[in-house]
Design a binder for this molecule. Structure first.
Ligand code: BTN
Length: 265
């Protein structure tokens, strides 16, 4: 684990490793309630109840991937919590590009995907108050690292991929974690210090949805179709409708389907 945190100043310096647990999100929350420091890291080799967004589960077999959560204490004034998934997506994508030369993109707001839109990493952000009333964010990240095509369950075969499949070689998972933690720490400092402007500047080069036809679906079932057109200064997705008008959507409000993919997302 020391290898994984040697590039950071404070993120992950306090850590807990679990051979197997239900979900690193649960362990991190418990630890914060017991007094974990800002930047605490929980990592597991295997999760029995790995959680995705919208009540989905996250495929978490042992020895192949990365499953971890960082617990971050929110300063008294910070950008909206829903921009944190974008922050984590950009941090992961940049780390994978610069250290492993992986052609990956951010699919607003929560996914890191390859050029075909197949998912390599998922991000789950949960906010809560500790017993002192302080606000925390738990950023949970799952990355498919050394999964082969054969090891992807059938139902994920069309929508997911891994770094090994993308790069054609196995990676050292600690090196992947180390690169991501360093990137995440730098992005957190920018986000708390300068707001989301630096993120907004970095996003266009990583924006997988840009120019694609998509459908956004609210939990109520209400749907909007149009062309994805980048993000606003608040990190909202811009959707250009057929009549040329623009709508803005905050992360967490909507589910998204790409209409240009042969498979569902
Ligand atoms: C998604 O794409 O729906 C988000 C997936 C997030 C998965 C990670 S794995 C580590 C952390 N623990 C969990 O139970 N979920 C997140």
């Amino acid at each position: 684990m020391e290898l994984a945190t040697q590039r950071t100043k404070w993120l992950g310096k306090a850590w807990k490793f679990f051979e197997v647990t239900t979900s690193t999100q649960d362990e991190a929350k418990k630890w914060v309630q017991e007094g974990a420091p800002h930047g605490a890291l929980v990592i597991a080799e295997e999760q029995t109840q790995g959680r995705g967004r919208l009540g989905r589960s996250w495929f978490s077999p042992p020895r192949k991937n990365l499953y971890f959560t960082v617990a971050l204490q929110l300063p008294s004034s910070s950008p909206p919590l829903n921009t944190l998934s974008l922050l984590a997506g950009v941090a992961v994508a940049e780390a994978l590009r610069s250290h492993f030369n992986a052609q990956v993109f951010v699919k607003w707001a929560n996914d890191v995907v390859n050029s075909d839109g197949r998912k390599l990493a998922g991000i789950l952000v949960e906010g809560f108050k500790d017993h002192l009333g302080k606000d925390w964010a738990l950023i949970g990240i799952g990355i498919n690292v050394n999964l082969t095509e054969d090891e992807l369950p059938e139902e994920l075969g069309e929508i997911a991929t891994s770094l090994q499949i993308l790069l054609g070689r196995q990676l050292n998972r600690f090196q992947v974690l180390s690169a991501i933690l360093a990137s995440l720490e730098a992005w957190w400092e920018d986000w708390t210090g300068q707001g989301i402007e630096p993120l907004r500047k970095a996003f266009p080069q990583l924006d997988w949805l840009k120019g694609k036809q998509i459908r956004l679906i609210f939990p109520s079932g209400e749907k909007f179709e149009g062309m994805a057109n980048g993000i606003t200064e608040k990190g909202e997705l811009k959707l250009t409708l057929r009549d040329g008008s623009e709508l803005y959507f905050a992360a967490g409000e909507v589910t998204l389907r790409s209409l240009e993919m042969p498979f569902k997302t």
